[in-house]
Ligand binder design. Structure first.
Ligand SMILES: Cc1cc2nc3c(=O)[nH]c(=O)nc-3n(C[C@H](O)[C@H](O)[C@H](O)COP(=O)(O)O)c2cc1C
Length: 218
């Protein structure tokens, strides 16, 4: 009779270097986007965000619900998402700690935010007319996405006052300087240099690290 062999269950591998932490934010490194919306009186608001991701012709942005932008989006249901390249970092940084809200929410007052009526002027950026929606585009941004709001969903802990906003992109404008040669509808990833917010600090992209199998298929 063959003796039964008792095998020990495989031991889970434990990591040597990882620590369990409780970070205040998870800004893992995402492109900055400038969102323009119409104010109630017809003027324009502009705000920098970096919580944004894309799927097909939909953009989903994450924003604090006490921002002037979300107030405008709830009422107007339209926006433009203008995407700055890395060389617009100075202009973007001028918009930090500003809000279109007047009066501003108490927590922003405490943090030293400033109410700014004309954020295009503050940043040194230029408004240009959109083609489908009412809010203007940012001329200096190489990528400008006109969008309509499909849904605004409160997310996370209620005390965080955050929402995921689904934006349907209805018109895409791309500066010819970042298009792939000979391809009218393709952005050349070697030419497009997004401005990245990485744990609250600004970065750019490095050069390509490896050819992509997915890119071969598409
Ligand atoms: C580079 C950068 C990225 C930001 N990312 C976000 C973001 O993803 N979501 C958000 O709600 N606020 C973000 N903020 C803060 C908003 O810009 C800020 O709340 C601003 O007051 C909103 O303007 P508003 O009140 O006129 O809408 C970011 C600020 C900067 C400078």
């Amino acid at each position: 009779m063959t003796p039964t062999r008792l095998t020990a269950a495989p031991r889970p591998i434990t990591s040597v270097g990882h620590r369990t932490i409780d970070p205040s934010i998870l800004y893992l490194g995402t492109p900055v986007v400038l969102i323009s919306t119409r104010n109630a009186g017809g003027t324009t608001n502009l705000a920098p965000i970096s919580s944004a991701w894309w799927m097909g012709k939909t953009g989903v942005i994450g924003m604090g619900t006490r921002s002037h932008t979300v107030e405008n989006l709830r009422r107007e249901r339209e926006c433009v998402l203008s995407v700055p390249s890395v060389d617009l970092v100075t202009e973007v940084n001028r918009l930090a700690l500003t809000t279109g809200s007047d009066p501003m929410p108490g927590y922003k007052d405490v943090m030293g935010f400033e109410h700014v009526r004309d954020k295009f002027a503050r940043a040194g950026l230029t408004e240009i007319a959109s083609e489908v929606v009412s809010p203007p585009r940012v001329m200096e941004c190489p990528i400008q996405l006109e969008g309509t709001v499909s849904s605004i969903m409160e997310v996370g802990d209620p005390k965080d006052h955050t929402a995921a906003i689904e934006v349907r992109i209805v018109r895409t404008h791309v500066h010819e300087s970042i298009l792939a040669p000979g391809h009218r509808h393709h952005i050349d990833p070697n030419k497009w240099r997004p401005l990245i917010m990485n744990f609250l600090e600004f970065y750019g992209l490095g050069s390509q690290v490896h050819p992509s199998r997915l890119a071969e298929v598409f």
